[in-house]
Design a protein around this ligand. Structure first.
Ligand code: GLN
Ligand code: ZN
Length: 765
């Protein structure tokens, strides 16, 4: 029975890689220094896995930016526009080409855009999307994989298990950049390059095992995609007969791909038994003789201690059917999605910390599980004691919260009247012009604003001083919004560090780590809160700032909240109850806040749900159930107010075509969405559906410092008017302005107000 790890977090316990990369980009350290710090991290991580007792230690799971981009460089899938970065005399090395692909290149008179980035399955990790052309060819380009293989071998004294994204998933992760071909048809050109690589790993680097990640095996596949799997793996088996291939699936069960996955000629199959424990039996049945099974029993996506009893039962069952030499014990997926080391978290209450495990602890869990099934039951007892403590702890379980959840009635999940009635009441109450203008909530978080929080934390400012500074930033933003003529104002969110953290800090059941960083993209890391217990609201959260802001102006001030699904989605969540239940608890807390805002005189309240789409399950068959509870939770949070109180919601980077009816079912009075990059393309879904409620399609792309002209925004609005009734349209940016600078924000919003005025002159209803 071998212990197997699929991948380790790479940024380092103190985000060393993030810092080194950023310093290199800023020209503050040399390439050599960057490489040294990477080498140091890799070695630490290999030694750590060795010391924990992991038999199959991955290599090439390290990446300076993203492992999918590494694959593009390995396979020579380098878009033509980057040619000038390497083929000149600028002294660039491969790593500079690599960063140029990830981040764009604006130097030496060149201006080359970055490659697209998108979410890695249902995680909050973002990968760089491979670009394919019709005449795409592949050819080994980067030597990184080989270098890491020999480096690991030098450190460990034995061959590591190189990790590559498998050929089918690599193609499916990419995008056709030209019309007239399907990227899956590139498989015949791609597989020979894989074969060359795999043979070289075997012959020159003497590796025994290679892990090929094929996460698409857990998704719905077409017949052509299934055929590509068969073709690729048969070719690999025929042309690399002596290499042991481990095929890794994760993030979901194999579902209807069980037969396919089990029929591919490989030496081992890895399955995710955290997300889909029920698949074990069927996979064991379908597995051909001699093929080994890697059991992903330790959760690679969350921070809770493993249930040794549950996991060892699964292992035991497999051992009985398959025998000792065909069973591996492993985390469910790469540990990339978990923070580094729980031991550093000295501020977490010891009782709660004893329920948790980060990446480093998860390695130990894998090894413990092996030892338990081999007879060391003392390990089991200790683990079960911690779990029992968690199951029964009063820190987690609040009767009042549970009672409220079971008392939710159908009536609590919808507004008193239908939208048409509410709209009339609201129109009469607000008297807004056509094309009312507003923004999404945040204004630039300048260094000064961030400094205020840092100084408050360090004790250099008193709370009163901090509040006064935030007050004056708020007043200034309000005056300025009045002056340029925005119709509905926001307070600017200057008091918030982060849209989830701010709420978590004010709710019971949440905790915050000191070092729980997880890579989000490139050098960007996030520190998700941990929802450990029943969630409740112990007092007002945003009322103080919203009321203060409304008192400063006679115009409408929007209250600004984060929605329950987004709070859930961007946190580490409880694994001891369904996500839907946790979401409902958060929804009730937000509902109370909505009602409190209304009582404080706030007449429009926005509940942001940018993460609602990214929560969609990987398999289409599971969508309906998710959308059902997610939409219900939003409605629960929004429905406690009177008809004449206007509920807004906001979503960004959303494709709505396939979920538009559920967006409509949220029944927000106004929805603002990101549409400017797609030139209002997204609105067609709303038009086709005859979306009845009010809608603010973004006309200002806030992801770029570029200032749009009034005419440009007018043209976008023109498109919107062609698709939807003018009386339902709002005018706003794509998203919050937190990441922008003031000068460009000001000019862009002045132009936006101008665009709305021009529309009003021409359009009447
Ligand atoms: N109200 C938030 C803001 O303006 C919304 C952010 C988001 O959608 N991600 O920053
Ligand atoms: Zn947004």
């Amino acid at each position: 029975m071998l212990t197997n790890n699929l991948g380790y977090p790479r940024v380092g316990a103190n985000r060393e890689l993030k810092k080194a990369c950023e310093q290199y980009w800023a020209g503050k350290i040399t390439r050599h220094q960057l490489f040294l710090s990477a080498k140091d991290l890799r070695e630490q991580h290999w030694r750590l896995q060795e010391a924990a007792g992991i038999d199959l230690i991955p290599c090439n799971d390290f990446s300076f930016y993203d492992h999918v981009l590494d694959m593009s460089l390995l396979l020579g899938a380098i878009p033509l526009r980057y040619a000038p970065v390497v083929t000149d005399i600028r002294g660039n090395a491969e790593i500079d080409l690599y960063f140029a692909m990830a981040r764009g290149y604006q130097r030496d008179g060149l201006d080359i855009t970055a490659m697209e980035m998108t979410k890695w399955f249902d995680t909050n990790y973002h990968y760089i999307v491979p670009e394919f052309s019709a005449g795409q060819t592949f050819k080994v380009f980067s030597q990184k994989l080989y270098n890491e293989c020999s480096a690991t071998k030098a450190v460990l004294g034995r061959a590591p298990k190189p990790v590559l994204i498998g050929p089918v998933s690599y193609l499916l992760l990419g995008k056709e950049k030209e019309k007239g071909f399907d990227r899956i048809d590139l498989i015949k050109k791609l597989v020979p390059v894989y074969i060359e690589i795999l043979n070289k790993l075997k012959d020159d680097y003497k590796v025994d095992w290679v892990q090929l990640d094929e996460p698409f095996l857990s998704l719905d596949l077409t017949d052509v995609q299934k055929k590509a799997f068969r073709y690729a793996y048969e070719e690999i088996r025929n042309k690399c007969p002596h290499l042991k291939v481990m095929l890794a699936s994760y993030f979901e069960g194999l579902g209807d791909n069980v037969q396919l996955a089990c029929s591919l000629p490989v030496c081992a199959l890895h399955i995710d038994l955290v997300r889909a424990p029920q698949q074990l039996e069927e996979v064991i049945q379908a597995l051909p003789p001699k093929v080994s099974l890697s059991l992903g029993v330790v959760d690679g996506r969350n921070i809770w201690k493993n249930d040794y009893h549950h996991s060892s039962t699964l292992i035991q069952k497999s051992l009985e059917k398959l025998g000792d030499d065909r069973v591996f014990v492993a985390p469910s997926c790469s540990l990339l999605h978990t923070p580094f080391d729980l031991d550093k978290e000295t501020a977490i209450a010891p009782e709660i910390r004893n329920w948790m495990a980060f990446a480093k602890q998860k390695l130990t869990e894998v090894v413990h599980l092996k030892r338990i099934v081999q007879g060391e039951t003392a390990l089991l007892d200790e683990n079960q004691a911690a779990l029992t403590n968690r199951r029964t702890s009063p820190l987690i379980h609040k009767d009042a919260v549970k009672q409220r959840i079971s008392a939710i009635r159908e009536d609590d999940t919808h507004r008193k009247s239908v939208f048409a009635v509410r709209q009339q009441l609201q129109n009469a109450r607000f008297g807004l012009p056509l094309f009312p203008t507003t923004t999404i909530g945040s204004f630039p978080q300048t260094d000064e604003i961030r400094q205020l929080r840092a100084r408050l934390k360090k004790g250099e400012l008193t709370l009163r001083q901090y509040d006064m500074a935030i007050e004056s930033a708020t007043i200034e933003a309000i005056r300025w919004q009045e002056q340029i003529g925005l119709d509905v104002l926001v307070h600017g969110e200057f008091e918030r560090n982060d849209m989830v953290e701010y709420f978590g800090e004010h709710l019971e059941g949440f905790l915050f780590t000191q070092y729980g960083w997880v890579q989000s993209y490139g050098s960007r890391c996030v520190k998700p809160p941990v929802i450990y217990g029943d969630v409740s609201r112990t007092g007002d959260i945003t009322v103080r700032w919203s009321r203060y802001a409304q008192e400063q102006t006679s115009r409408m001030m929007k209250g600004m909240l984060t929605g329950p699904v987004t709070i859930l989605q961007w946190s580490f969540v409880r694994d001891d109850q369904p996500r839907a239940v946790t979401t409902n608890q958060i929804a009730l807390a937000i509902r109370d806040e909505v009602v409190a805002l209304e009582s404080a005189g706030i007449r429009m309240i926005q509940i942001d749900e940018p993460a609602i789409r990214e929560g969609l399950p990987l398999r289409k068959k599971d969508w309906a159930a998710y959308l059902d509870w997610a939409v219900r939770a939003f409605r629960l949070s929004a429905s406690g107010v009177k008809d004449e109180t206007q509920i807004h919601t906001h979503m960004c980077y959303s494709e709505f075509n396939d979920i538009i009816e559920h967006i409509a079912a949220m029944d927000a009075d106004v929805i603002t969405i990101e549409t400017s990059r797609s030139q209002m393309e997204l609105l067609e879904a709303f038009a086709d559906f005859k979306y009845p409620n009010e809608i603010g399609p973004g006309v200002y792309d806030i992801h770029s410092p570029r200032i749009p002209h009034a005419e440009e925004m007018e043209a976008l609005l023109e498109k919107a008017v062609a698709l939807l009734p003018a009386r339902n349209l709002w005018v706003n940016p794509d998203c919050g302005l937190k990441t922008r600078k003031w000068p460009e924000t000001k000019q862009a919003l002045i132009n936006m107000v101008q665009a709305a005025r021009m529309m009003r002159e021409r359009v009447t209803v």
